[in-house]
Design a protein around this ligand. Structure first.
Ligand code: FEO
Length: 398
């Protein structure tokens, strides 16, 4: 898809409308994704990023038709992840002397993936520039661990565009390709899903880098990320990132459980009733982790001020959907959220310990270290205790 962004910048990326999973099968996508690639023109031409494997032939063909491969003077690779770098190997076959501008770590990732020691790398650091002539200059800013160690952004001062790589992206498709031309609610939902699932572990770095970039007082008319549409109202997503990287939470409590014979489900429902009875304003949501897409569950947790996690004891631990969730949360490193464990057990009261330890390891503040658990099937009196537990939990999280 070729689209004029400004007089000097052209979009040459690809839209993957039907994609349902990303990072292999790890993450779900509701709205497909885009692999954004850009042409920046001066007297010479730079290509920023390429596209993923499935679009390689199409991309090269279009590039030849639109620009002419021989007219490309430089490749700028913002990071080495193959969804953006894969087609570089096709390009390098056609133009083996093409200089590649990237960070030192990207040389490692690109060599690691493509095993080609003959490529002509030009390692850049923050503040380095690539002068294309005619007043077109790209200035590089390293942003390691957002979300790979090899990541950088490129700022094009002439048109006030920040090519941001993965940060500020979204798995979202539109033929319109500009944020002010699409339904903002839909875009917001995909941008927060992207942040929650991909960027959250690096929120402390986002905070630091955002402060650095904002202090530079760069004029930014557009943010052109590697996925999703181009933000031509960039203040919206910048402000969201400022919120999201600061222990983000809404007035929500999320109750998550897995269950075998509905005992843990009954406890979950009674706790939920107690929360609602105490606080009519809190948005309480309840999910069975075994039947809920984990990528969506991560978003719900990211938006919550507190969570309750429940499972029966199973093989001296917990059911696998809860075990998997706790492991995922440990990697997410969310901050500023409270949590508690609950569940039923038969002959071994191991679930609360397992869940509480998992929540603690994931950085949650435990409301009640011993959680709440009942043997076999909870009685009516047990459920009254669960409601009280819910009330106390709600009170502690106001
Ligand atoms: Fe979209 Fe880190 O690649």
């Amino acid at each position: 898809m070729a689209l004029k962004i400004t007089e000097n910048v052209q979009y040459v990326g690809k839209i993957d409308w039907t994609l349902k999973h990303f990072h292999g099968e790890q993450l779900t996508t509701n709205s497909g994704t885009t692999y954004n690639s850009y042409i920046v023109k001066g007297e010479k031409i730079a290509l920023i990023d390429t596209v993923s494997k499935n679009f390689a032939d199409e991309f090269i063909k279009d590039l030849e038709q639109e620009i002419g491969i021989n007219n490309i003077g430089y490749a700028v690779i913002l990071h080495g992840e193959p969804d953006h770098s894969y087609t570089l190997k096709h390009l390098m076959k056609l133009k083996p002397d093409l200089p590649i501008y990237c960070t030192a770590n990207a040389v490692k990732s690109l060599k690691g993936y493509f095993h080609n020691d003959n490529w002509k790398f030009n390692i850049v650091k923050t503040g380095d520039t690539l002068d294309l002539g005619n007043g077109s200059v790209l200035t590089f800013v390293e942003v390691p661990m957002l979300h790979w160690p090899d990541q950088m952004m490129a700022y094009f001062e002439k048109d006030e565009i920040l090519f941001s790589s993965d940060p500020f992206g979204a798995h979202y498709c539109s033929e319109f390709m500009f944020s002010d031309k699409v339904e903002l609610f839909d875009l917001h939902e995909e941008a927060i899903k992207y942040y929650a699932n991909i960027v959250t572990p690096y929120s402390a770095i986002v905070k630091k880098k955002l402060a650095e970039v904002l202090a530079m007082n760069l004029k930014i008319k557009m943010i052109a990320p590697s996925h999703g549409v181009i933000w031509n109202n960039p203040e919206y997503i910048i402000n969201k990132y400022v919120e999201w990287c600061n222990s983000y939470k809404e007035n929500r409590i999320t109750v998550i459980f897995d269950t075998m014979y509905e005992s843990t489900k009954k406890i979950a429902e009674a706790i939920r009733d107690g929360i609602v009875a105490y606080d009519k304003n809190v948005d309480v949501r309840m999910f069975n982790s075994a039947t809920t897409d984990i990528s969506e569950l991560i978003v719900e947790i990211f938006r919550s001020k507190a969570i309750l996690v429940g499972s029966p004891t199973y093989n001296s631990g917990v059911l696998h959907s809860i075990a998997g969730l706790l492991d995922e949360l440990r990697g997410m490193r969310m901050t500023g959220k409270k949590a508690a464990a609950f569940g039923s057990f038969g002959w071994a009261n191991m679930n609360i310990k397992t869940i509480s330890e998992g929540l603690k390891a994931a950085g949650f503040e435990l409301f009640e270290p011993t959680g709440i658990a009942f043997n076999w099937n909870p009685t009516d009196d047990n459920l009254i205790e669960c409601r009280q537990f819910g009330k106390d939990f709600a009170q502690a999280t106001v």
